[in-house]
Ligand binder design. Structure first.
Ligand SMILES: Nc1nc2c(ncn2[C@@H]2O[C@H](COP(=O)(O)OP(=O)(O)OP(=O)(O)O)[C@@H](O)[C@H]2O)c(=O)[nH]1
Length: 979
């Protein structure tokens, strides 16, 4: 709508240019008090109109504008506006010119004229009433609708924007798939404001973000309210609707249902309805609405707000949604409605809220249901105990709820989890707080204690209740620790051979995991028990299982090497367990051995030798030459006497720890147990971990049968039903039945915990990982087929797969018919994969398999089964490693540091030197040491992880014998892909 220039007007009014010239117009304008400079100046549209009117009247040509209309679009419509065009912009637009609405709407709002046209639109309405809206829809486009929305909000717009004419009857039914309702206006839908009053309301359109876009409902003031889209404005309007006609739908659902919209349930429409919420991100499909009023989750509340009455009263129309979808509370009127749409906290993205915020928000809801599900509620402190790694199903069982309901509740709290997924403590706490339960996570130790207590066995109470008089001295239990190659094994061998009793018999012949030696101390002979697995790893692994067996640690340090990283680690482990240490300074026979240096070094770690005034005994020995082993054992006894109160009651049922266990071909499960309290007798019913049985026979480390084993006595026990794990505690049960029940319950608990930890035990897909973890080296299969011939054929073909010696394939069960629960149970126990050929699982078996993490594969072509198994087995083969050279460095200068030893000032000659890489030292082409590690790597003063070719660096190999000119070659082991 360009402004016309004076000369254009002149030409327009008088194409001949005879009568009405620019000059004439300029003169007239001047008379009118309008200042227009020249013929080329533009004039404002109103002025132009006056010019036209004036001169047209003069010349009597009133139709002049028409022909020119096309050009001066801006001006043309205006004159017409009064009547026909007026309606067009909005209401009429749809019909005559689909594109007209746009320009009309945009210009409409700003132009004051619209006011005058407003009344007019009313006229056409009668014609439109209900049907009106319809026609509008077809032509509407998202764009057009958007415009309408924009226009509608402003008060001014109403008269105009509403384009009363256009959709007098209300919004058109749209084709929005997300709209809650899109029906036609119901009969009587033109109530109250049916007239142009709010004809300009947003059309129920196809705006995907609109919460609802249906047609007005019957009885509900029908007319769409132009302002509806704006929260807050719609509410107030209710006034116009007599009798609250504009209220919510009869069903009380007048409220907007932000989410409901999506569900297409014919909820209120935001736009049209006064209370309508504005679209917000939360209404987007896929967004959760938890925490916002109006969200489905608050169905209950929404329902309240949506009571018909309230909606009418408040006129908000924003009441609760039907069907329990919460809308804003109706009583709050329009504003309330808006709030309802956005919820507390507005449209803040959910993801940003903290759990706490979410919970609080959620708590404020007093709805009896959460997320539409009914969950039993606690009183806020009802204790519920679940074991570590429990799932929602476990919790559901305890509170008598439906696991699926808990999944829903958790989802509404912002956490996603499946019913069988193991959850952490925080999540349970969150859920517990929500539901009014004090969910307590029970540790495995607590669980076991409770389990035993349920059988009237309270180990702690037993120990605490022991009378001092019943306690008798017992031997110390010793573990040997130290750095690699410092002589731990050699020392244990040496000690074994010193046994004064067995001396003549040739010493201890078999290794059962622990042994006892007797040593002379003064006049008496005293026993000491040694745990035969050297190293702090085994020691700590036992501790991790709750077994505190060691009384004293012997820390072996090679006198020619000094304190090394694992020496420090070992002493830390011992100190962490509060175990006194005796230091064995080994290899004193070696040249260069410097026992004094060891003493000095260990002082830094808090082990001060007695001769220096401390309380740690240092004994110089040679394990190889068996020098001073007696002295070491004596020191152990003296330390035990000085630092420990080693007493136990031998006259009670035995309690202890399993030190080692294995399955022996001829003898079944064989476990070496260390009795800690009481005395174990042949014939006692015992339970060790989840293994139970009656002690059939016992042997000592010499292979001699034992009738009984007292405190600190290691004994090999026969008679258990299965193999316990090292570190499992054992107890003598009152009777066989109790032993079996304890074992069964432990096994069930262990299995559940295991399941919680890793879902799939073994599947064809995860075989490689399982193998790497060392959990299996055999692929166990269960074959089920539709005929015995098919099963045999499948088995034959599978067993023919050649995978070498490293992995094995074992068919542990085969059968004809559907996969049954028994098959799944067997697969669970033996970590097997079930292969079904032309069969399917029986009812509920698939569910069980899923729960138990059993992989089931079904085939209709044998070849496919073979191919899959072969692929899995190939992947299952142990990885092959190869040595890959990383880089070499030449030593330019050797520095000596008291802290690090010898440092090689080097230059990298090729490749890259990496910290931690394996290295060898080469001198004049001869390997001086081939098993070194780049312990530290420095550039200038900085520790670095790698240094590239051409750069200088300082390398510490933890090896003293380095010299200028030596070459350091580094390499790493890389996994080689198999063909
Ligand atoms: N000269 C001498 N050599 C010894 C002595 N004790 C052990 N060795 C040697 O040191 C090496 C390592 O001894 P082990 O007993 O295997 O050392 P370890 O600490 O058990 O080693 P890992 O089992 O690898 O942790 C062997 O070659 C032994 O012969 C000793 O007192 N004197």
């Amino acid at each position: 709508m360009a402004k016309p220039r004076v000369h254009e007007l002149a030409k327009e009014l008088d194409p001949t240019g005879k009568k009405i010239t620019s000059k004439v117009i300029l003169a007239w304008l001047k008379d009118q008090g309008e200042f227009v400079k020249a013929a080329s100046s533009t004039v404002e549209p109103p002025v132009a109109r006056r010019v036209r009117e004036h001169f047209a009247a003069q010349s009597g040509e009133s139709k002049t504008p028409k022909p020119t209309a096309p050009k001066g679009a801006g001006s043309a419509p205006k004159p017409a506006a009064p009547k026909p065009t007026g309606p067009k912009p909005s209401g009429a637009a749809p019909k005559p010119a689909p594109d007209a609405p746009k320009p009309a709407a945009t210009s409409a709002a700003p132009t004051p004229k619209q006011t005058s046209s407003a009344p007019k639109p009313a006229a056409p309405k009668p014609a439109h009433p209900a049907p009106g809206p319809r026609p509008a829809h077809p032509t509407s486009t998202p764009g057009a609708e958007g415009t309408a929305h924009l226009a509608a909000p402003t008060p001014g717009p109403r008269p105009s924007a509403p384009t009363p004419g256009p959709r007098p009857g209300g919004p058109r039914p749209g084709n929005n798939p997300y709209a809650t309702s899109q029906g036609m206006p119901r009969p009587g839908g033109s109530r109250g404001r049916g007239k142009g009053g709010r004809s300009g309301g947003p059309r129920p359109g196809n705006n995907p973000y609109a919460t609802s876009q249906g047609m007005p409902r019957p009885g509900g003031s029908g007319g769409p309210r132009p302002q509806g889209g704006r929260p807050g404005q719609g509410g107030p309007r209710p006034g116009p609707r007599p009798g609250g006609s504009g209220g919510p739908r009869p069903g009380g659902s007048g409220g907007p249902r932000p989410q409901g919209a999506r569900s297409g349930q014919g909820g209120p429409r935001p736009g049209p309805r006064s209370g309508g919420p504005r679209p917000n991100p939360g209404m987007m499909p896929g967004r959760s609405s938890v925490g916002r009023p109006g969200a489905p989750s608050r169905g209950g509340q929404g329902g309240r707000g949506g009571r018909p009455g309230s909606g009418g009263r408040g006129g908000s129309g924003g009441g609760g949604p039907r069907g329990g979808f919460g809308g804003p509370r109706g009583g709050r009127g329009g504003r309330g409605s808006t709030q309802g749409a956005f919820g507390r906290g507005g449209g803040a993205p959910r993801g940003r809220k903290s759990r706490r915020a979410k919970r609080q928000e959620f708590e404020q809801q007093s709805a009896p249901t959460i997320g539409g599900v009914v969950v039993p509620r606690g009183d806020g402190s009802t204790p519920v105990r679940v074991r570590q790694g429990a799932t929602l199903t476990d919790l559901a069982e305890k509170i008598n709820a439906n696991p699926a309901a808990l999944v829903t509740v958790l989802f509404h709290l912002g956490e996603m989890a499946t019913a069988t997924q193991s959850l952490d403590e925080d999540t349970f706490a969150l859920l517990g707080a929500e539901l009014g339960y004090d969910v307590q996570i029970v540790s495995p130790e607590d669980e076991d204690r409770e389990l035993l207590e349920s059988f009237d066995i309270d180990l702690e109470a037993e120990e605490a209740g022991e009378d001092d008089a019943e306690l008798l001295p017992r031997p110390p239990v010793v573990t040997v620790m130290g750095h690699v190659d410092h002589g731990k094994t050699k020392l244990l061998d040496a000690i074994r051979s010193t046994d004064v009793v067995a001396g003549e018999a040739g010493g201890i012949t078999q290794s059962i995991g622990a042994y006892q030696v007797r040593v002379h101390l003064g006049d008496e002979t005293r026993p000491i028990t040694f745990i035969d697995t050297p190293g702090h790893e085994a020691f700590t692994a036992m501790r991790a299982r709750g077994a505190e067996v060691t009384d004293i640690a012997i820390l072996v340090v090679a006198a020619d090497d000094g304190v090394m990283p694992q020496t420090v680690e070992a002493l830390n482990h011992a100190q962490a367990a509060g175990v006194p240490i005796v230091v064995a300074v080994n290899k004193i026979d070696k040249e260069g051995a410097n026992p004094e240096k060891i003493r000095g070094q260990l002082t830094e770690y808090g082990l001060v030798p007695e001769e220096y005034g401390g309380d740690t005994m240092f004994v110089d020995i040679s394990a190889k030459q068996r020098t001073n082993i007696d002295g070491l054992l004596e020191a152990v006894l003296l330390t035990a006497d000085a630092a420990l109160d080693l007493r136990a009651n031998p006259n009670t049922d035995a309690r202890g720890v399993t030190v080692e266990a294995k399955l022996d071909r001829g003898r079944g499960a064989v476990a070496t147990v260390l009795v800690q309290r009481g005395t174990l007798h042949v014939g006692d019913p015992i339970v060790a971990g989840s293994a139970y049985g009656r002690v059939r026979a016992m042997f000592d480390e010499y292979g001699n049968p034992l009738e009984e084993a007292g405190p600190a006595r290691p004994a090999q026990v026969l008679g258990l039903t299965n193999v316990p794990s090292a570190g499992d505690s054992f107890i003598v049960a009152p009777d066989d039945r109790t032993a079996r029940q304890i074992a069964d319950r432990r096994e069930a608990a262990g299995r559940a915990a295991e399941l919680a930890k890793r879902r799939k035990r073994v599947s064809l897909e995860n075989l490689t990982d399982v193998l790497k973890e060392g959990k299996v080296d055999t692929l166990n299969l269960i074959l089920k087929g539709d005929s015995s011939g098919a099963v045999e054929a499948l088995e034959d073909s599978l067993l023919k797969i050649d995978v070498g010696d490293e992995v094995a394939l074992r068919v542990i069960h085969r059968g004809v018919g559907a996969v049954t629960q028994n098959d799944v149970n067997l697969a669970t126990v033996d970590s097997a994969v079930i292969i079904g050929f032309n069969v399917r699982p029986a009812v509920r078996v698939a569910e069980l398999a899923d729960r138990e993490g059993v992989d089931m594969k079904f085939y209709t072509v044998i070849y496919n089964a073979i191919e899959d198994v072969e692929a899995a087995l190939k992947g299952m083969l142990k990885p092959v490693y190869e040595e890959v050279e990383l880089g070499t460095a030449e030593i330019r200068q050797v520095f000596h540091s008291s802290k690090f030893g010898s440092i090689a000032g080097s230059i990298v000659r090729s490749g890259v030197i990496k910290r931690g890489a394996k290295a060898r030292l080469v001198r004049d082409g001869v390997v001086v040491n081939g098993d070194l590690t780049v312990e530290t790597l420095r550039r200038e003063k900085d520790d670095v992880t790698e240094v590239r070719e051409g750069y200088e660096c300082g390398i510490n190999l933890s090896f003293r014998d380095i010299a200028e000119g030596d070459v350091i070659e580094t390499w790493e082991m890389r996994e080689k892909p198999r063909d």
